[in-house]
Write a protein that binds this ligand. Structure first.
Ligand code: R5P
Length: 297
């Protein structure tokens, strides 16, 4: 493996530390200071001349701030002579705005992709994207990793069914079903009103078993999970478990999840779950070894 210098933005340092531990290297030094008006200043402390560099930064909330910090780190590395900069963005913020849903909308992810490229990123590494077409918005390579193999290891197949909480998640469910020797799956038919954001789940396509395991890319408000869990219980499931890669956990989500009909919520550390967002049903597993393996290739 060519020697890499690994830097962390401030959004998910524990994950960056774990990646370094897995690779047996130390995090490289960077100064991030915040002026009294909230603007950030980034300065690379270690020498990076002619080195391949990696920046690990999740761009969950506050997404705009985390993106700006990432752009500045990439810029600082390029100006300091880095040979290349790979941006590891375990959770790619703005990914749900990857096309025009209604007339007049911006394609926000396209703007983000252009900004990452303009800042000097040579490659992006990310996890469980909302759609597989997202890499097409970038003109630099995008490595699309997945936490599904980690989830597959945690699943007990006995008397259980995998569940996609909406039609958009079927591709994901088919992948994990295959990983588990074609484990049966069902799909919740869900609708989201684009104006109000209101979610309705009308029916389940497929057989429901004693244990239902919902697998999703992300949990934001928690409403998709809560509504799907109710429907699954009404349809005969005795236990509902949730596995989702990205713990977006917007305001109030932890309470919704703790109080809904699911018995366990398993997420990964692509987004750091702050202390105030943790709850007793929650288990966080790490994607650090997957990132470390990818960086070694
Ligand atoms: C939707 O298509 C996604 O896969 C997630 O199901 C959704 O973003 C979860 O959002 P929320 O937790 O706010 O219902």
């Amino acid at each position: 493996m060519e020697e890499l210098k690994i830097f962390s933005g401030s959004s998910n340092e524990p994950l960056a530390e774990k990646v370094c531990k897995s690779l047996g290297v130390s995090l490289s030094d960077i100064e991030i200071t915040i002026f009294s008006d909230g603007e950030k200043r980034v300065r690379v402390v270690d020498s990076v001349l002619d080195q391949h560099c990696v920046v690990i930064q999740s761009t969950a909330s506050p997404a705009a701030e985390n993106y700006m910090e990432l752009f500045f780190i990439i810029d600082a590395l390029k100006r300091s002579g880095a040979k290349s900069v790979t941006a590891v963005i375990p959770y790619l913020g703005y990914q749900r705005q990857d096309h025009i849903f209604r007339d007049g909308e911006a394609v926000s992810l396209d703007v983000v992709a252009k900004a990452l490229q303009a800042a000097g990123a040579a490659k992006i590494v990310t996890f469980d994207l909302h759609t597989i077409k997202i890499p097409e918005l970038f003109s630099i390579p995008v490595t699309h990793l997945s936490a599904l193999p980690l989830f597959a290891k945690k699943i007990n197949k006995e008397d259980a069914v995998l569940v996609s909480p909406d039609m958009g998640g079927i591709r994901r469910i088919k992948i994990i079903s295959e990983l588990l020797g074609n484990m049966p799956y069902a799909t919740v038919v869900k609708n989201r009103d684009l104006n109000s954001g209101e979610i309705t789940a009308t029916k389940i396509e497929g057989e429901v078993s004693k244990t239902a395991i919902i697998v999703d890319d992300m949990i934001s408000s928690g409403r998709t999970v809560a509504i799907a869990a109710n429907l699954l219980k009404d349809s005969g499931a005795e236990e509902v478990i949730v596995m989702a890669t990205h713990a977006v956990f917007s305001e109030g989500a932890s309470k919704v999840l703790q109080n809904c009909a699911v018995s366990k919520v398993i997420v990964t550390d692509t987004i750091e779950v702050s202390q105030d967002k943790q709850f007793s049903k929650l288990e966080v597993i790490s994607v650090a070894d997957i990132i470390a393996k990818e960086l070694q290739e």
